[in-house]
Write a protein that binds this ligand. Sequence first.
Ligand SMILES: Nc1ncnc2c1ncn2[C@@H]1O[C@H](COP(=O)(O)OP(=O)(O)OP(=O)(O)O)[C@@H](O)[C@H]1O
Ligand SMILES: [Mg+2]
Length: 255
Amino acid sequence: MEKEVTDMSVQVKNWSVSFEKYPVLHNINLEFNGQGILAIIGPSGCGKTTLLKSINRTAELDRGFNCSGKILLNGEDIYQKNDAASIRRRVGMVFQTPVALPMSVRENVLFGPRYFGERNKRKLNEICERSLKQAGLWEEVKDKLERPAGELSGGQKQRLAIARALAVEPEVLLLDEPCSSLDPNSTMLIEQLLTQLSGTLAIVLVTHNLFQAKRVAHQTLLMMAGQVVEYGPTGQLFSKPARQETADFISGLTW
Ligand SMILES: Nc1ncnc2c1ncn2[C@@H]1O[C@H](COP(=O)(O)OP(=O)(O)OP(=O)(O)O)[C@@H](O)[C@H]1O
Ligand SMILES: [Mg+2]
């Protein structure tokens, strides 16, 4: 990517979500300047995935979705736009279970660019190589681009999913527990990769692994029961938490 430093800020203002009549997120406020990595932590069911999916406008695809408040990307209110597809292109998402589409490695990477109408063969080749290099996978797959992606290992599939997300040049990358099914070595590779990528795009990482948040995140947000408990620089949140709930959570008392 040409950009040296990301300028993509994410602001969440009084954001609430319910499904049917059940409230899930309550008045979430968050300002992330897009520099480095933002980790979101919190107990199961507290709303982490719903918050991520709100940021790329995929939460609204679920039945009964209702929302209030604002989400701004670089100052622009994304829920004021009719074109949700353009937001989903600008804000990529990688899921917990590595998803390899039932097609070749190459076509997995090119899925997004083709969807958005890219037909130029030379351009598609460039995108494929660039994205796989950015995802730290090129050396391992450059000789098997036409092989079914299902043949890759779990860690490779997860980096392939990252390459697929990067192929459409998003400004923000959301990752929902991307390492939870991976071994320590694959986890380390992905953490290194995210650290490198964080110079060129804004990264929001949901993780159950507090060590991972400590290792890679510059900012950390702790959520509980659909609310923000504490948000601040990672070092501070872990070493000098301002709230008793945070202290209890990071010491493992409230998992
Ligand atoms: N589409 C939906 N319809 C109804 N309820 C939902 C929907 N999606 C999420 N919820 C509810 O919202 C709450 C938060 O779910 P969410 O998946 O955001 O939590 P989470 O923090 O990501 O949990 P986990 O750590 O287990 O992944 C849960 O009570 C869940 O049942
Ligand atoms: Mg989740």
